[in-house]
Design a binder for this molecule. Sequence first.
Ligand code: LIP
Length: 342
Amino acid sequence: MGIIIDVLITAAYVRLRTLLSVDRITLICLESSFILPSPAPLGSLLVQFKQFHLLSSCKLVSLYFLFIMDCELDAYFDLAVKITKTGGQLIRDRIWKTKSVKTKASESDLVTETDHEIEALFIDDITKAYPNHKFIGEETTASGKEVTLTDDPTWIIDPVDGTLNFVHGYPNACISVALVVNKTLEIGIIYNPVCEMLFTARKGRGAFLNGAPIKVSKTKELSRSLITIEFGTKKSKEESDIVMQNINILRPLTQGIRCIGSAALNMAMVALGGSDAYFEYGIHAWDYAAGTLLIQEAGGVVIDPAGGPIDLFSCRMLCASTPTLAQEISKLIKQHYPTRDL
Ligand code: LIP
């Protein structure tokens, strides 16, 4: 009986969601005045939802929280897109100008003042609006901040993905930002401002390029696929050998292999149907969190390269247009297990 009520409530919710765009605020006010004495503060409700949903015997209260969550996520998304565009302007203005460049873990692992500036932009503006939100940023992590993930809304940010490209003026550089709430990916944004390509995804609402829906390709056969691979920023013999061995394994079996120098853009290409698969070892959550949601929402698959479920902190990722292709590649490639981030 409980399940039937849940199904009915969910169906009603999905139906009502279409009304939300017409008069969302009125519906929420109505809900809140019937169920709660006064509309609760929006910011705190999202993190409390899980608890309320489990405890509450009144499904209407759950429904109320779903409405609120939706509105909250809309506001987070709008703010993130706004900051992404502001940051994108910096990349566009500076890509062919001289930069101040520092190295991190290797001669290929670079950071510029633009990486720092854009990451600070996200952290400052989001904190001002939502003080309880947390961050996992590439550059703050590189400066020693520990990676931790709680149930709180957490933004996973790569301020410039493809920094080496950006430094050289090779226009495959982007901002990649994702939002995780209750350890679930809710928002994914990848923006290449030089090519003016803004990829966006919201959980359950599809994937888009500059506002138009996108879908992965239907490719199932390796022999018909275009695959991307990255060399990564680590240059140890072991890591270099794995990359070369996997290129040698896949090259004869596919139509072609590309390397574009940005993990997030590789994933955006799979979501767009421009390529069919991509995998990499040694990447981090900020490289693949946004791309994971984008591909899932575009109908594709993102898994651990050994075939299991994706883990945002294992530093390993394989994505493909179809499960068949993903599993075939997974069985063929040499595996490598870098140190986890968490
Ligand atoms: C880099 C990626 C690159 C990948 C590296 C690294 P960064 O990110 O974009 O494609 O191979 O592993 O993650 O350092 O430019 O943000």
